[in-house]
Write a protein that binds this ligand. Structure first.
Ligand SMILES: [Zn+2]
Length: 432
């Protein structure tokens, strides 16, 4: 195979600051060799000497397309066949423009060797993972909001030492800790505070981020003298499902505005991640946040068996939702490239088109449409624009792009409405 050049695309690379029309050269061994017009390469990275630019190489015209670093989906469930939530990442992520996924806690210290060997090594998609604080991860756990997972029902499996030891032995692939703070996975809330403390401790001991799922939880957003989430998260930690619509969401019930503890966390560098999933994206919450200029740092899907056929669909669908809310396109791209790469400590390897790196490249079209798209409550908004992947390269190898699912999926909409009714009834009962 000889190298190739992607000609005349609109290159957006938030890491280098490139935002304009140009050509990207890729070598025969799958590395980016140069960009023309020349990028002002920041941060001291030296482009490799371009061997082939003088030679003839295949020319692929991408006029009218956006050319971005291979997209990164920072929250998916990749442990197919082993966990109830696991999906096929090559079909659902890679074929839809995503070069790299981060598995969010499907495996814990006892079960992660299988995730790395049977999924990581067997997939074309790059895989990193966040290690669940529970030793067995999400081996028997479903979506929190539709059935009891209960992975932290017993504190005996919430094992800091095993978590720390496993991370230290797999620094290249395990990039953080994951915990779910929700009443029905922590013995009806009895264990939640202790589970949270142990997850915080494990991440601190390894100096890696903690990703927290925090919904339908007994732990408040923040408190003066007690444990809070995101109140006790530090710079670099990740608050996922940030636009969920349950009663304890980040918009204050009394004021109707983003909770001050959440703003404080954002200011000290806690990263807010969409983590759309089945039950974690409500238009009305995201719209309030958008009206206050509270944008997510990371856009991710939380793709699993219960969200891939709607309401999350795929990463470009979730990106399109953020675009609809008014997030600038270049910021949307940043939230699926440079920021997630930095969050997992891999920004010197992935998430940029810097010459010398592996050529992970996504080519997108930004199409004019008029199409309804549902949220997790089954509420609709009419999108006028959508990202669509058209070409995809990992380490310079072209991956066929698959047609995504048509949305809205009316079965998903119906199911979202039904689940929302159950949650509302439960919330009202709890208040009494
Ligand atoms: Zn998840």
């Amino acid at each position: 195979m000889s190298g190739f050049v992607l000609r005349n695309g609109h290159i957006i690379d938030p890491y280098t600051g490139m935002d304009g029309i140009g050509d990207i050269y890729v070598t025969a061994d799958g590395k980016i060799s140069g960009i023309e017009p020349e990028v002002d390469v920041k941060r001291g990275e030296k482009p490799e000497v371009d061997q082939h630019r003088q030679h003839r190489c295949a020319s692929l015209d991408v006029t009218g397309c956006l050319v971005t670093p291979g997209l990164i989906d920072c929250h998916v469930h990749a442990y197919e066949y082993v966990t109830p939530l696991g999906i096929n990442i090559d079909k659902t992520c890679l074929a839809r423009g995503v070069a790299t996924v981060v598995d969010a806690g499907s495996a814990g210290s006892s079960t992660v060797p299988g995730l790395l060997k049977f999924i990581g090594e067997a997939s074309q998609t790059r895989l990193f993972c966040l290690l669940h604080i529970a030793r067995h991860g999400l081996a028997d756990a479903g979506c929190v909001t539709c059935d009891g997972g209960g992975e932290c029902d017993s504190l005996s499996v919430v094992d800091v030492d095993a978590c720390v030891k496993t991370i230290k032995a797999n620094r290249d692939k395990i990039v953080g800790v994951k915990v779910r703070l929700a009443r029905n996975v922590c013995d009806q809330g009895k264990n939640e505070a202790e589970v949270y403390r142990r997850a915080l401790q494990a991440s601190k001991e390894c100096s890696v981020p903690l990703m927290v799922h925090h919904s339908i939880s007994s732990i408040p957003l923040g408190e003066e003298n007690g444990l809070g989430c995101p109140g006790d998260l530090q710079q670099g930690d990740i608050y996922t499902h940030c636009f969920h619509g349950h009663i304890d969401n980040i918009v204050d019930l009394d004021t109707g505005r983003v909770n001050p503890h959440v703003w404080d966390a954002k200011r000290r560098g806690v990263l807010f991640d969409v983590g759309h999933g089945q039950g974690s994206f409500a238009w009305h919450v995201a719209e309030q946040c958008a009206s206050e200029g509270f944008w997510p740092d990371i856009i991710s899907t939380d793709l699993h068996t219960g969200s891939q056929a709607g309401p999350a669909y795929d990463l470009v669908a979730v990106m399109s939702k953020m675009l609809h809310l008014g997030m600038p396109a270049a910021e949307v791209i940043r939230a699926v490239t440079n920021t997630p790469a930095r969050a997992i400590g891999k920004d010197q390897e992935i998430g940029s088109l810097t010459p010398g790196r592996q050529a992970d490249i996504t080519v997108l079209k930004l199409e004019d449409i008029s199409q309804d798209l549902e949220d997790s409550c089954g509420e609709m908004r009419t999108l006028k624009k959508a990202f669509k992947p058209v070409r995809m390269f990992v380490s310079g190898t072209e991956i066929p792009v698959a047609a995504g699912m048509d949305w809205p999926n009316l079965d998903s909409v119906k199911a979202c409405k039904a689940r929302t009714a159950v949650f509302r009834a439960d919330e009202i009962a709890r208040k009494k």
